[in-house]
Design a protein around this ligand. Structure first.
Ligand code: FAD
Length: 337
C-alpha cells in the first residue's frame, strides 16, 4: 500500500473537476484501511468511492482513501432467496450484471447507476421505483476513530429518499467496507410501473419480461436521457425533488396549472425539481464550459475544464431562482466538497 502525493483527482470524479489531493492511497483490503487509519491519525481523511456523487470545489488537503476493496459472494441460500455480500469497491453496475448472470432478482431497476457498492447505502440509491433499502440486509463499516468493525442492520441505517444515517449523524465517522443484499432466485417481483419502463419493453417487443429485459429497458432509457460522464462531466441529478404540503401545492396550481406532482403521504407531494428548473428557464443553458444539460434539467454539466466553484455558483443561482419563483427550496443531492 503506497501513499502518493499531489495527485490530480480529475480521473476519479465523474464531473471531471481537476483538483489536487495532497495525499492519496488506494485501499484494496480492509486490513490496509485499518492500518492507515491507525497510523495516520494526524491528517484528516477524505473517503473517495467512484466519485460520482460529488462536486469538488477546492484542492483536498487530506489523505484521500480511494476505496477499492473487491469481491462478491453468496453467503447464504434458501429455496427462494440468496444473501450476497459485495465488498465496497465493487462497481455498482458490475454488481447488477453479476446478479443478472446468476439470475438473482431485485436490483435490475438500479442498472447503470455509477459509483461503488459501498457508497450505495449512503444516499440509499434509487431509480425507476426501486431503492437500495428494498434489498438491503446489512453493511459492515470501520469506525474511523477506533478502527473497530460495526455491522449496521437495516433499521439502524434510517433510510429515506436519498438519505441515511451515514449522510447525517454518522457522516465521516464510518467507512463502509461491504454490503449484504437479499435477492430472489426465481418468481422475481418485477417493478414495471415506473416511468417509461413499460413503453420501453413494448418498443423492444417484449411481452413477458425477465429481469435481464427490465435491466436492458432501464439501460436504454437512461442512455437516451442522461449524459455519459465519459463524454460530458456530471454527477447525475444535482438536486433532490422537493416535498411540499398539499396546501402549498394548491396555491402554486393557481399560477402554474400544469405543475406535476407525486403524492407521497396524505398531506405531502413531491415535485420534480427538473420541471421547476426547466420552467425557470435553465434547461440547456450554457455558461462557457459548464451549464445545465439540454435533455435533463436536473443535471449540471462540465463541458471540459470547468471548475467546481463556478458550477456551485450556478447551483446556488438555480436554488435562489426557484425559491423566488415558486417559494420552494431545493436541496442538493450531490455532495459539495
Ligand atoms: C450519470 C449519473 C447518474 C446517476 N444516477 C443516479 C440514480 O439514478 N440514482 C441515484 O441514487 N444516484 C444516481 N447517481 C449518483 C451516484 O451514482 C450515487 O450516489 C452513487 O452511490 C455514488 O457512489 P460513488 O462511489 O461514486 O460515491 P462518491 O462520489 O465517491 O462519494 C459520495 C460520498 O460518500 C462518501 N463515501 C464514499 N465511499 C464511502 C464509503 N465506502 N464509506 C463511507 N463514505 C463513503 C464520500 O466521502 C462522499 O461524501 C448518478 C450519478 C451519475 C454521474
Amino acid at each position: 500500500m503506497k501513499i502518493k502525493h499531489d495527485v490530480s483527482l480529475k480521473p476519479y470524479n465523474t464531473f471531471g473537476i481537476d483538483v489536487i489531493a495532497s495525499s492519496f492511497c488506494n485501499i484494496e483490503h480492509v486490513e490496509d484501511l485499518r492500518h492507515v487509519l491507525k497510523t495516520k491519525t494526524t491528517k484528516p481523511f477524505f473517503i473517495l468511492g467512484g466519485g460520482s456523487n460529488m462536486l469538488l470545489t477546492k484542492n483536498i488537503d487530506a489523505l484521500v482513501l480511494h476505496i477499492n476493496i473487491k469481491g462478491i459472494k453468496v453467503i447464504e441460500e434458501t429455496e427462494n432467496h440468496v444473501i450476497i455480500k459485495a465488498n465496497a469497491g465493487e462497481n455498482w453496475h458490475n454488481l447488477v450484471l453479476w446478479c443478472l448472470d446468476h439470475n438473482f432478482g431485485g436490483i435490475e431497476n438500479l442498472s447503470l447507476i455509477p459509483g461503488n457498492t459501498g457508497t450505495a447505502p449512503i444516499q440509499n440509491i434509487g431509480a425507476y421505483g426501486v431503492e437500495l433499502k428494498d434489498v438491503f440486509v446489512s453493511c459492515e463499516a470501520v469506525n474511523v476513530s477506533t478502527q473497530s468493525t460495526k455491522i449496521f442492520l437495516k433499521n439502524e441505517c434510517k433510510f429515506d429518499y436519498r438519505e441515511s444515517v451515514f449522510k447525517q449523524e454518522l457522516r465521516g465517522k464510518y467507512i463502509i467496507t461491504s454490503v449484504n443484499f437479499k435477492l430472489t432466485k426465481h418468481n422475481h417481483d418485477l417493478h414495471l410501473n415506473y416511468g417509461a419502463i413499460k413503453n420501453q419493453l413494448e418498443a423492444m417487443a417484449i411481452k413477458h419480461p425477465n429481469i435481464k429485459d427490465v435491466s436492458d429497458a432501464v439501460i436504454a432509457i437512461r442512455e437516451s436521457k442522461l449524459p455519459d460522464p465519459k463524454d460530458i462531466g456530471n454527477s447525475g441529478s444535482f438536486f433532490k425533488n422537493p416535498v411540499i404540503t398539499k396546501a402549498q401545492f394548491k396555491a402554486l396550481q393557481s399560477n402554474f396549472p400544469n405543475i406535476p406532482s407525486y403524492e407521497i403521504s396524505n398531506n405531502e407531494l413531491k415535485i420534480p425539481a427538473g420541471w421547476l428548473i426547466e420552467k425557470a428557464g435553465f434547461k440547456g443553458k450554457r455558461f462557457g464550459n459548464f451549464g445545465v444539460h439540454s435533455k435533463q434539467a436536473l443535471v449540471l454539466v462540465n463541458y471540459g475544464g470547468a471548475n467546481g466553484r463556478d458550477i456551485f455558483e450556478l447551483a446556488k443561482l438555480i436554488q435562489k431562482t426557484i425559491h423566488r419563483l415558486f417559494d420552494i427550496s431545493i436541496e442538493t443531492e450531490v455532495n459539495v466538497i
